[in-house]
Design a protein around this ligand. Structure first.
Ligand SMILES: Cc1ncc(COP(=O)(O)O)c(C=O)c1O
Length: 422
């Protein structure tokens, strides 16, 4: 800690960086109060007190993991204690209703999973595809989406057609349209790429795909909790997401949206308790009546009710602030950082598109005069938790900011980055 401070003091000599160095002094609240009587920076500074997130460093890696506010941790702990003292383990039916409502879908269209990757695997394996059928993906897939589709290609001979994303929504829509052939069955792209934070126009892509009888199976790892998301309005067929990034819920919680009319087209490959509408293995021959009439057919067996109680609390937290207000703050911080990084353009290449609709919560850049890992490691030593991005060969530093971040933290990040690049 001592060496980081002197390091920062050296880098920022003559420049006031009060909050970064005095960050230990603020005391954390034990509840998550949302004081809507406050406005602007004051509102967000007050809200920061709802997060027990350490103040010993600046956390700018929400794109990987979103630290939960106190109300989520408290709900999670309360539920764990209640279940383990009463022995009544319950189920997540009640939470499923709230979570579906938050996404603008029916509870029967929501499968509760453990992460985005699980939802993508359900889509990649459940869709009725044959050898030679084509699936469109980007060259910037996360392992959690690239690998499930590659696995199906390896084992079943489907063909993956990949493309390098461009820098505007219009161009990306055009690229996708041009890749479609009579064999295209699925567009399996991310809503937001993990590499540069590029936002695809999912609504327009879904509209186009619908007209061609192509499934839209979207990787929504970065969708819920950042966008003012309504999946019905977005119009895609399937959307796999998680609650442990922008929703700020407990780790190991995810979801899969399956449009009602496609329940019987997306095969449930892995099933078990709660997925069936009746079975009897004592009969000869044994009887299986098929699946439940809901997306519950894709999630099976014992799950942690407490984790989804935590997700429901995260949902309440978002709703208290307001989904639109959260999106607007995320975009405001993103723009603030983008403008700041633009000032360092002789030293870095910004890989995230400048078009506002093509970005929301992540910004990636590559230093021109040093390796991205060297810069990444130095930033880490200076107390900034960012992510290094080797995926897609982008070799960049990725910064992601959420509602608990402040403009002062971004200022400090820019000062330190400039110093390291000098
Ligand atoms: C675009 C994208 N897709 C998929 C994943 C995998 O998400 P999960 O860890 O929830 O499976 C990530 C995780 O960072 C991601 O960024």
């Amino acid at each position: 800690m001592k060496s980081r401070r002197s390091f920062l003091q050296k880098l920022t000599a003559g420049i006031a960086v009060p909050t970064l160095l005095g960050i230990n002094s603020a005391s954390a609240s034990t509840t998550s109060k949302v004081d809507n009587s406050l406005e602007g920076e004051e509102f967000w500074a007050e809200l920061r007190k709802s997060f027990p997130l350490t103040k010993d460093r600046v956390y700018m890696n929400n794109g990987t993991f979103g630290p939960a506010p106190n109300s989520v941790l408290e709900a999670l702990n309360r539920s764990l204690t209640k279940i383990n003292t009463s022995g009544e383990y319950g189920n997540s039916d009640q939470e499923r209703v709230k979570l579906a409502d938050y996404l603008g879908i029916k509870p029967t269209e929501l499968s509760l999973t453990h992460n985005t990757t699980e939802g993508i695997n359900i889509m990649a394996w459940g869709l009725p595809l044959q050898a030679g059928d084509e699936v469109i993906l980007t060259k910037h897939e996360h392992a959690g989406s690239g690998l499930p589709w590659l696995n199906r290609a390896k084992l079943h001979g489907i063909v993956l057609k990949t493309f390098e994303p461009s820098d505007t929504q219009e161009k990306n829509l055009e690229i996708i349209k041009n890749l479609v052939t009579s064999k295209t069955k699925v567009i399996g792209i991310p809503h937001v790429t993990c590499t540069t934070g590029l936002v695809f126009p999912i609504k327009e892509i879904s509209e186009f795909a619908r007209g061609k009888n192509i499934y839209t199976a979207i990787d929504g790892a970065h969708g819920a909790g950042s966008f003012d998301l309504n999946l019905k309005e977005l119009g895609c067929d399937f959307y796999a997401g998680c609650y442990h990034k922008w929703m700020l819920g407990p780790s190991g919680t995810g979801f899969l949206y399956v449009k009602e009319e496609l329940l019987d087209e997306l095969q449930a490959i892995q099933i078990g308790g709660h997925t069936d509408s009746g079975w009897d293995i004592t009969l000869n021959p044994p009887v299986f009546n098929g699946y439940v009439e809901s997306a519950h057919r894709y999630d099976y067996g014992t799950q942690s009710k407490s984790l989804f109680v935590g997700v429901a609390a995260a949902t309440d937290f978002h709703l208290k602030i307001g989904k639109a207000k959260i999106e607007s703050r995320i975009r405001e911080l993103n723009e603030y950082l983008y403008q700041g990084l633009t000032g360092l353009k002789d030293k870095i290449e910004i890989l995230t598109p400048s078009e506002p609709q093509s970005r929301i919560s992540l910004i990636s850049f590559r230093p021109k005069n040093m390796g991205y890992q060297e810069l990444g490691n130095s930033l880490a030593k200076a107390g900034f938790r960012i992510r290094q991005v080797p995926e897609g060969g982008v070799n960049a530093i990725r910064v992601s900011t959420h509602i608990y971040n402040s403009k002062e933290e971004i200022d400090n990040f820019l000062i330190v980055t400039k110093g390291l690049l000098a």
